[in-house]
Design a protein around this ligand. Structure first.
Ligand SMILES: *Cc1c(COP(=O)(O)O)cnc(C)c1O
Length: 398
């Protein structure tokens, strides 16, 4: 029997704020009523603010991030199109697998799990393609499996310097709404996220930012799609409606989540993630353990993947955390199974939650056989959080 609350330290689904959860507790609505559409226009408007786009369109699909991946690909590319992708973690790997399944010719660059997207190699391949055979480049902004954030602005520069016209696809499932993301400034054509990570909502919505250039591409792209057809969405979304029954509850949750983010202020949301991530990484350093992430320039502020010491099975850490301390840590995915566990510090999260995660990770790791000085990680994170007190106080006063 587990008592108390389950501490959800996985990087998705993430904790849902009470106002967001309560916002879903409404009676069913007539989704064709004359007054149903107008409030949704505000949702689209605020999502554009969140995505930092004025030219782009937002589209909402029932489904998850994976569904939004599929919508992005099938609407804008054609079978046999050459695309450039990298594999450096579970999610970039799955995305490449999907692209292959859908009949794209994938130029795949394998880099170690823990490395960032290989932007200089992307640049080399783009520069070597003056004929523009590569139709799209894909980047996983924040590889949730390894806790690595990649440099999208640098990829944009590489495209521009090569005068390359490829569409830029971005997986922002664990980054948008948490760490800096600039759809327009970075020239992102298809930006994908889901509801259950940085958006602080339950799973069930795929959210897509679509540039004008991507819309144009969708007019001639011949890959088959039906449910995900952009033009159906566009036509209906114009007045706040959807081509088929929308997930009414989730739209209420989305409204409440956006309200919460806007009230905190997007810059403050980003600063908070930066602060929380720095604290968790300081704890890992104090434990004398390694991050999966190879380079400090690419540390993720939404999730930390921790390599367990030789002889300590990360699966034991996770099981002990769950069974004994009612705490859920993220598992090591793919080749990292047993070798790493993850702490999510994404979305509805604060210092107290991170310190609890660190304290329970210490207990769980010690029980799994790791040599841990109790409190070492907690103290290191407290130092980080204390040094941000002035910052935090200012935010609280806002
Ligand atoms: C979670 C995640 C996905 C998959 O999204 P689902 O909502 O589970 O379909 C894709 N990419 C990244 C980076 C993720 O973190």
């Amino acid at each position: 029997m587990r008592t108390g609350i389950n501490h959800l330290f996985i990087p998705g689904p993430t904790n849902v704020p009470e106002p967001v959860r309560m916002a879903m507790n409404v009676t069913m609505q007539d989704h064709r009523a004359h007054d149903y559409g107008a409030p949704n226009l505000g949702i689209f408007r605020d999502l554009k603010t969140l995505f930092r786009t004025t030219d782009g369109h937002i589209m909402l699909f029932p489904g998850s991030g994976t569904a939004a991946w599929e919508a992005a690909i099938t609407n804008t590319l054609s079978p046999g199109d050459r695309v450039l992708m990298a594999r450096h973690g579970q999610f970039s790997m799955l995305w490449a697998q999907m692209a292959e399944r859908l009949g794209l010719k994938v130029d795949l660059i394998d880099v170690p799990w823990g490395a960032a997207a290989p932007v200089s190699e992307f640049a080399r391949r783009l520069a070597a393609d003056p004929a523009g055979e590569i139709k799209a480049v894909f980047i996983t902004h924040n590889e949730t499996a390894t806790g690595v954030a990649s440099d999208v602005a640098a990829l944009r520069r590489a495209l521009d310097e090569a005068f390359h016209d490829a569409l830029l696809f971005l997986d922002g499932v664990s980054s948008i709404g948490c760490i800096p993301f600039e759809m327009d400034a970075w020239g992102v054509d298809l930006a994908v996220t889901g509801s259950q990570k940085g958006m602080m909502m339950p799973p069930g919505l795929g959210i897509l930012g679509v540039s004008q250039k991507a819309l144009k591409a969708s007019e001639t792209a011949t890959m088959r799609r039906a449910f995900f057809e952009f033009s159906d969405q566009l036509k209906n979304n114009e007045t706040g409606y959807f081509p088929y029954t929308p997930p009414v509850q989730l739209l209420h949750a989305l409204r409440a989540a956006l309200d919460q983010m806007m009230a905190e202020g997007l810059d403050n949301v980003i600063a908070r993630h930066r602060r929380l991530g720095a604290g968790v990484r300081a704890a890992v350093k104090a434990w004398g353990m390694d991050l999966c992430a190879e380079s400090p320039a690419h540390y993720s502020d939404t999730v930390t993947a921790i390599r367990t010491p030789e002889g300590v099975d990360a699966r034991d850490v996770i099981r002990i955390g769950y069974d004994r301390y009612n705490a859920s840590f993220g598992s090591g995915l793919g080749p990292l199974a047993g070798k790493a566990f993850r702490i999510g510090h994404i979305g509805h999260c604060n210092e107290g939650m991170c310190l609890t995660a660190i304290a329970l990770a210490e207990l769980s790791m010690a029980a799994a056989g790791a040599k841990i000085t109790f409190g070492s990680g907690v103290a290191a994170a407290q130092e980080v959080y204390a040094s941000h007190t002035a910052d935090a106080a200012r935010i609280a006063a806002d």
